[in-house]
Design a protein around this ligand. Sequence first.
Ligand code: KIV
Length: 282
Amino acid sequence: MSPAVKTVCDLAAKKAAGEKITMLTAHDAAFGALVDRAGVDLVLVGDSLGMVALGYDSTVPVTMDEMIHHARAVRRGVKEALLVGDMPFLSYQVGEWDAIINAGRFLKEAGCAAVKLEGGAEVAPLVAAVVRAGIPVLGHIGLTPQTAGQLGGYKVQGKDAESAAKLEHDARALEAAGASALVLECVPALLAKRISAEMKIPTIGIGAGPYCDGQVLVSHDLLGLFRGFTPKFAKQYALLADQADQALAAFRREVNSGEFPAAEHSFGSLVEEKEAPADKKA
Ligand code: KIV
């Protein structure tokens, strides 16, 4: 086994050693600590925050300030894994200045080691600028949720020859721009295999099949905590929302019936001491 990932540079070494890379999302300190204990290489403060924690319909409304607030919380829970901040919609697309300043906020204010941003060849100049400023960047192509509207919805990308060629071109452009790794979301497995074989930097798949150099999932999906929508690729390793339903309803029932709190959840006696008779008093 190769040593633990200490910097984004170690990701390529893992790929070269044929070892899989693991990444999970976290949006607060408690989740950060949980996923870190699982021993994953990378913890992503994803802008999935907007949907799984903030109640938005998409990731589009998520702001930089919300991302920084949550990334700072995750930082307090993560001890080992590399922390990656996800750049929200319009925090980088408008130009190099915004891209560098906002990427820098993840490092300076939240202690992240790297940022991730969505887009292909069109954002390569921005990736290059951020990398030149000394900030490691992970790319993200295929289904890019921030621009899902332009892609015709949350759909598998690269199914025909033309769009597959575009994704291969995007991957090459991002690698050339200095990206340290590439998230491939919702692309056919054999296309992901081709892209992974072609590139020196690792690919981290989500809905991109088994041939990527690593895998990422949204922790809320993996744990069965998010009921909004469960994509086909999101294997549910637990059904915690169902367990939460049962536990929370049990609390309400037991409070109403007087079963909770019992003696073991209370301090001191639950019954009044009998008043001692007057002649026994000291
Ligand atoms: O925001 C997020 O959680 C992500 C993952 C789906 C990779 O970008």
